[in-house]
Design a protein around this ligand. Sequence first.
Ligand code: UD1
Ligand code: UDP
Length: 455
Amino acid sequence: MGRSLLFFVGTRPEIIKAAPVIHSLERRGIPVDLVHVGQHYDRELSRVFLDEFRLPEPVAELGVGSGSHAYQTAETVMRAEEVLGEFLPEAVLAVGDTNAVLGTALACTKLGIPFLHVEAGLRSFDLTMPEEINRRVSDHLAALNFAPTARAVENLLNEGIPPSKVRLTGNTVVDAVHTMLPAARERSKILRKLRIDSSKLTLLVTVHRRENLDRPERLTGIVEALLELDEALVVWPLHPHAARVLRERRLLDDLVRAPHIKVMKPLGYLDFLSLLSASTAVATDSGGVQEEAFTLGVPCAILRDNTERPEIIELGGGLIVGAHPGRIVKAVRDFFYKSSWRRRIRKARNPFGDGRAGERIAEIIAATDLESLQPSSPHFEEGAPVYAALRVGGRVNGMTVSQVQEEFNLTVVAVYDRRGRASYPEPGMTLTAEGVIKVLGERGFVERLRAACGR
Ligand code: UD1
Ligand code: UDP
């Protein structure tokens, strides 16, 4: 089947998380071209990953670069619009929550091109975070949301996104780790270079979020903690933004002078994975690194006040420590000296997936008529639909979700069990008299369903 798909990537983690989807589509013979938005442009934040993951050369480079949120978003929309007009793709994919993703989602939807959002449904519930704004808007615009976790599915459904636009796939970062780890172990020389072995304590650090870089007391707090943790080797590959701010605030010299701290340029994926898998603990404000740490069994101190990956905390794989030096040091020492952290992570099922997310996404795309995903105008005699919650009964007892949807011309938004727990309304799910269903549709159809339920 002929398909024309574009995958838009803009930053380092997007390239890493896009790669498994692109390779899975290619394995199925579904062509997909890469468009690089250029939010990240330095070699070590971009080119290195295209090469390591053996991705095709981008067919277009938008060259958006750095700037304010408005600038990056608006430039992406305008430049994406041109490229979309030129390539006229059947659908566009993007992953994550950067300004590049938000711009892509807006440009596609305004042009009526289905936007397929990988890693949809994460929520920190913190609107001071630029990424939270980007996620919320992108998810609502998407024609299909590939949610990485059950929690992400729940978030999307709770915001009223119809289940037909939501699929649970796992996070493609787990695929990336599984595929690249053998090569990392074989080819990376970073452990030898840094003389890291299992007898030594090693703390890997990454910091790039604006909340930590823009607020001087937070960055100082993090640096203070690292200076105190001198029983370990502390390795910090610096995002260029962090490097610039540390230099401006005269904190970089303190780090360079400390014999136990090694600051370095950003690492390629093989080196980073190799280092992370050999580390005793990690301290980070990165989303991807939190997921990779859990996947590799490494406890994680999250240098933030909240996380859109709460599974890590719930399963005992890490702690929220903010940027307070005392809390960072205490958590990291706990990770260093209590083996229960590692044991717990290793025993838990990885909530981020099984390494087959890319395959699932490709399978769904292969089975989907992309044209049917184009936004279209619904016709509502009553002007607009209503929501209603109905107890299942009468002849509806025993019907499946899809039978109800077809016969009554309604969308089943959620199914609640006797205890009020919501579950994803799979089309084949059988409705029973104990449950309650939440539906969306025109009032006349809702009333017909109510009557069929015997109410
Ligand atoms: C962006 C994303 C963030 C993601 C991160 C991945 C937003 C709002 N933020 O943050 O969600 O986690 O990418 O790493 O979209 N810079 C360079 N070279 C580059 C790119 C940036 O030196 O190639 C410097 C510039 O000084 C720039 C600063 O880093 O102003 C910030 O870059 P930007 O892309 O705006 O945000 P990130 O912090 O990278
Ligand atoms: N990463 C890397 N080299 C580094 C730091 C991070 O390859 O020096 C990888 C890391 O393995 C993860 C991704 O970059 O997959 C995370 O990117 P980042 O922290 O920039 O963004 P976030 O995940 O927070 O959006």
